[in-house]
Design a protein around this ligand. Structure first.
Ligand code: G4P
Length: 273
C-alpha cells in the first residue's frame, strides 16, 4: 500500500486521530528505524502532550544497529517522548519488553491501559497490533463509553488496543522526506522515477556503506564515481540490453529490491543531525 495523500485525506486522518485519542491513555507511535524522522509525523506531538507517548523504532532488524542507538539518544535528548524503544514486530522478546514498558508507565487506571498504535503507512502498525494481541485476531465487543464504530481488542497482557491504527501522514513539505520514503518503496513510482531513486540511494550507500556494496555486488567502489559504480553493478550481474549496453532500468530495480529486502545489509538512511 503506497503513500498517496491529498489535503482532504489529511483533514480526515486528522479528525479520526483526534477522535481516537480521546479514548486512550497511551500513544504507541510507530516509525521505521531506517528513517526515524522521515517516517515520523511532525504534528503528532501536539496531540500527545496529555498522553503517555511511546515511540517504536520498528523494523530495527533492517536498520544499522549503531545508528539506531544514536537515534535513541537523539530522541531522548530532543523530544519529550516518555519511552523510545527499538523494536522488531516479529521478535517475541521485544514484544514482552514493550508490554512491560507500557505497564510501567504512569497511568491512573492500571487495570485498563488503553492504547492506540499510530504511524504513517507501511511502518508496521498492523504487524505491531497483531504481535500485541497474539495469534488470535478475534474482536471483542464494544465496551461502555466507547464511541460507535470503535472496537477494542484486549491483549493477553491486559492491554486494550483500538482495533484500527491511527493513520498519520509524513512531512511532505520536505522534499528529502519524499525521496527517503521512495527508497523504502513506500511512495508510488510515478512520483519519482526508479532510476533516479536508485541513483540517489546508491549515492548515499557509497558514502556510508561502501563495504556492503562491494560485498554484495562483488565490485570495487574505491575511486569510482556514481555512474561507474552503476555500470560495475550492471556488469557484475550481467544486466545488459540488446547491443551490449548496460540495462539501467533493471539495474535500478535490482538495487532498490536488494535494499528493500535487506540483502545489502542493515542500513539506516538518515542520521541524527
Ligand atoms: P502498516 O500497518 O503500518 O501499513 O504496516 P504493516 O504492518 O502492513 O507492515 C508493512 C510491511 O512491513 C509488511 O511487509 C510487514 O511484514 C513488514 N514489517 C512490519 N514490521 C516489521 C519488522 O519489525 N521487521 C521487518 N523486517 N518487517 C516488518 P509486507 O506485507 O511484506 O509488505 P512489503 O514488504 O511488501 O512492503
Amino acid at each position: 500500500e503506497y503513500i498517496q495523500w491529498y489535503p482532504g485525506h489529511m483533514a480526515k486522518a486528522n479528525r479520526e486521530i483526534k477522535e481516537k485519542l480521546k479514548l486512550i491513555n497511551v500513544v504507541i507511535e510507530v516509525v521505521d528505524a531506517r528513517l526515524p524522522l522521515s517516517s515520523k509525523n511532525p504534528e503528532i506531538n501536539q496531540y500527545t502532550w496529555n498522553k503517555q507517548h511511546i515511540l517504536l523504532l520498528n523494523k530495527s532488524d533492517l536498520a544499522d544497529p549503531e545508528v539506531s542507538l544514536e537515534w535513541i539518544d537523539w530522541f531522548k535528548k530532543n523530544t519529550e517522548i516518555e519511552k523510545v524503544v527499538l523494536f522488531d514486530a516479529f521478535d517475541r522478546r521485544m514484544k514482552t519488553d514493550l508490554v512491560r514498558t507500557i505497564h510501567e508507565l504512569n497511568i491512573k487506571e492500571k487495570a485498563q491501559v488503553k492504547c492506540l498504535v499510530c504511524g504513517i503507512p507501511n511502518v508496521g502498525k498492523s504487524t505491531v497490533i497483531n504481535s500485541l494481541i497474539g495469534k488470535k485476531k478475534t474482536q471483542i465487543g464494544n465496551k461502555p463509553g466507547v464511541t460507535k464504530g470503535q472496537q477494542w481488542l484486549s491483549t493477553p497482557d491486559h492491554l486494550m488496543l483500538l482495533d484500527t491504527p491511527g493513520i498519520l501522514w509524513p512531512k511532505f513539505e520536505d522534499p528529502l522526506v519524499g525521496l527517503h520514503l521512495a527508497w523504502l518503496g513506500s511512495i508510488k513510482d510515478t512520483i519519482y522515477e526508479k532510476e533516479n531513486i536508485a541513483a540517489d540511494l546508491l549515492k548515499y550507500l557509497l558514502v556510508y556503506y561502501p563495504d556492503e556494496l562491494e560485498a554484495i555486488y562483488k565490485i570495487e567502489v574505491v575511486g569510482k564515481n556514481l555512474p561507474e559504480v552503476f555500470d560495475a553493478i550492471a556488469k557484475s550481474r550481467g544486466l545488459l540490453v540488446k547491443g551490449g549496453e548496460y540495462d539501467y532500468a533493471r539495474t535500478s530495480v535490482l538495487i532498490l529490491n536488494d535494499f528493500k529486502n535487506g540483502r545489502i545489509g542493515r542500513i539506516t538512511l538518515e542520521r541524527p543531525e
